[in-house]
Every structure is written in structure tokens, then in C-alpha cells.
Design a protein around this ligand. Structure first.
Ligand code: SF4
Ligand code: SF4
Length: 189
């Protein structure tokens, strides 16, 4: 689809890059809003999913990469299932997060909390090869500056054997480390 604004075709390297990376025809979005209508997280965020797509269409890179929505998208796929033309917004959100990360754009507002959780989760998996709830909680609380988040609940979980105190490393964790290193190499390209 050819997008026009005031009779002029909209062309943007940013739009082309997002379409190529995500494999989605963002230009075809005609802003019906069905994706936004079904999005469970949108009411708490600064932009609706359809608005994010609009900014991409218009080549407004700063606005498309600096918002809470791309970080807080839960990848539930409701938007895609509702979209009349089958645009996969999850792939587009993934792409925008990757672009923001590459450009060193810090996630704003609630996005920062989600980003801190992502990092704490992945750091724990990289260190132990599996999720350790205690390590995740400690890492997240320190990195987010919310030192006492959920701390009061921890004894209850430990007493009921729902929470292991000591994280266990998987065997041959060096193989997993090679996976992380490979991903870092790909991200730099
Ligand atoms: S995949 Fe993301 S944008 Fe789409 S409905 Fe779910 S949370 Fe909203
Ligand atoms: S449902 Fe599809 S066409 Fe409608 S606004 Fe969302 S992405 Fe665009």
C-alpha cells in the first residue's frame, strides 16, 4: 500500500527497516483500532499499539522507539488475532525494542521496570542455566532500587517449600554461555 500525506508519498528509511526486520507490512495498517481495542495492557501505557504503528508509518522514529508500549507489550497476540489484515504486532514490537536497544534509547516510565525485570531474568539464566526465583528477586530488587519488593512474602514461600534458597547450576553451563555470546555477536551486526 502507498501511504500519502497531503498528496505526497510517505517514504521513510525507518519504516522500510521496520518492515524488513519484522517481515510485516506496516504500511497496510489503516488505523481501524481493533488491535488497540483488545490490548490488555494498553490502558496503563502511554501509547496504544495502533498509535505506535502510526508513528512507524510516519517515520517518527523517536516517538516509535521511546514509549512504554513497546517494552510493556505482553506478546499475548490478541492484537494480531483481531487485526482484519493479519498484521503481526508482536513481531513489530520485538523489532522496535531491538532498534531502541541498538540506539541506546532507555525505556521510559513503566518500560524501565519491565526492562530491569528482563535483564535480571536473563542474567540469572546465564549464571545458573535455569530460573532461580531467589536470585531473580534479589537481582531485580537491587537493579530496580525497590529493595523490599516481595521480601515480606519470601518466608511464607520458603516455609512451604515453594522457594529454593540456594540456586543450582545446570551441568555444562559453558554451552549455554556460548549461546549468549552468539546472540551478542548477532546483536552487534
Ligand atoms: S501482543 Fe502486545 S500490543 Fe498486542 S494485544 Fe498483546 S499486549 Fe497488546
Ligand atoms: S487492527 Fe490491524 S489494521 Fe487495524 S489498527 Fe491495528 S494493525 Fe492497523
Amino acid at each position: 500500500m502507498r501511504l500519502e500525506l497531503a498528496g505526497k508519498a510517505l517514504q521513510s528509511e525507518f519504516l522500510a527497516a521496520v518492515e524488513e526486520h519484522s517481515g510485516q507490512n506496516v504500511s497496510a495498517c489503516y488505523q481501524c483500532g481493533k488491535c488497540t481495542g483488545g490490548c490488555p495492557v494498553q490502558p496503563d501505557l502511554d501509547l496504544s499499539p495502533s498509535r505506535v504503528l502510526r508513528f512507524v508509518q510516519l517515520g517518527l522514529e523517536d516517538k516509535a522507539l521511546s514509549n512504554e508500549t513497546i517494552w510493556c507489550c505482553a506478546a499475548c497476540g490478541t492484537c494480531t488475532s483481531r487485526c482484519p489484515i493479519g498484521i503481526d504486532l508482536v513481531s513489530i514490537m520485538d523489532t522496535l525494542r531491538a532498534f531502541a536497544e541498538r540506539k541506546g534509547i532507555s525505556p521510559p516510565g513503566k518500560g524501565d521496570t519491565v526492562w530491569t525485570f528482563f535483564r535480571s531474568f536473563l542474567d540469572g539464566v546465564r549464571q545458573f542455566g535455569r530460573l532461580s526465583e531467589v536470585a531473580l528477586m534479589g537481582s531485580y530488587n537491587i537493579n530496580s532500587g525497590r529493595l523490599y519488593t516481595n521480601v515480606i512474602k519470601a518466608p511464607w514461600f520458603v516455609l512451604r517449600s515453594k522457594l529454593g534458597i540456594m540456586p543450582h547450576k545446570i551441568e555444562r553451563i559453558e554451552r549455554l554461555e556460548r549461546v549468549f555470546q552468539r546472540i551478542e555477536e548477532i546483536e552487534k551486526k
